[in-house]
Design a protein around this ligand. Sequence first.
Ligand code: 5GP
Ligand code: ZN
Length: 136
Amino acid sequence: MKKDDCIFCKIANGEIPSGTIYEDELFRVILDLGPATRGHALILPKDHASDLYELPEETAAGAMKVAKQIALKMKEKLHCDGLNLVQNNGEAAGQTVKHFHLHLIPRYEGDGQEILWNPGSATKEELDEVRKELTE
Ligand code: 5GP
Ligand code: ZN
């Protein structure tokens, strides 16, 4: 289903033109207008889901299949040295558009981007505690 006031619904369904690099029945892949690196693309499901929590499991699986295909294409055609898959949920995680999207960010040696996190530390007790919370 489409959501009327959602810009990515409009883009995914072709109501607003975009730099499309792939399309099928369920997804459109577009170039990000504010690319982190050359080739930065977004996989958009055509049906609206605000984020990963709302996304149907089959669509999540489908998005990863598309990601795999586009990743290979980027490696072959753009000769990137690496590639990050990024998917933000919630403002705290940096989500600015509330329609699920999976970023494909080709990486180039010395591209100056900092997409990885700062590693922290945890005690064995803290790790045990969170493991229990997540497995109960
Ligand atoms: P988020 O921060 O929500 O994970 O990512 C949103 C992304 O969408 C940003 O990288 C931003 O540059 C991109 N973006 C926002 N509006 C548009 C648009 O209208 N067209 C395209 N192609 N990208 C957009
Ligand atoms: Zn939408």
